[in-house]
Design a protein around this ligand. Sequence first.
Ligand code: DX5
Ligand code: ZN
Length: 224
Amino acid sequence: MSNILAPSILAADFTVLGEQISAVKSGGATYLHFDVMDGIFVPSISFGMPVMTSIRKCTDLFFDTHLMIEKPDRYVEEFAKCGADGITFHIEADPDNAGRIIRHIKETTSLKGVPVRAGISIKPGTPISAVLPYAEEADMILVMTVEPGFGGQKLIPETIDKVRALRAFMTAEGLDTDIEVDGGITGDNIADIMKAGANVIVAGSAVFRGDAKDNTVRLTGLIN
Ligand code: DX5
Ligand code: ZN
């Protein structure tokens, strides 16, 4: 299991998005995190398929797609066709069909010709017990460290306890499923979060506020 930084383009400067993506890549990032918001599951609306299609032409980075949308199952094929390498949905969006959606994602082929990786996410108020039944089948569990919907928030400290409990469960079960954290991650709290057991670290503001390449180099250095 490797430690990965996933810069979130939600915080990027969209007037120079191509340059910002080159900057994080040259800083050592291998993932790019896409926050897709529908204005219903979360209050805000961000971007969707056309933006991903366009960026796919300029980079081979792993596209880590975070769907903050209702009925996520509807969009699995479409995002795979636009270049998604991983698709993460919220269990709160469709709690009765979570297992089926994970299988659907994993049965879908990415543009790179390999199965799309499946992630399942919980909001800060959702206990880890909701996702434990999927800890083996999912490729990744995303523990939100802020309320989904907006970048630039402060990390909710209690969410780190959820990461710790989830990693302890997985270790006891002999699982090495990725644990991703997202929201309010900075150079100051990254060590605590990793110590708790997260290995995929999303960062928006901490990467794109200031020099994206320098920030990526610094944060990548902190997690490896
Ligand atoms: C929040 C998004 C996050 C957000 C992270 O709904 O899922 O990915 O962009 O941004 P920062 O790192 O600025 O909190
Ligand atoms: Zn996200």
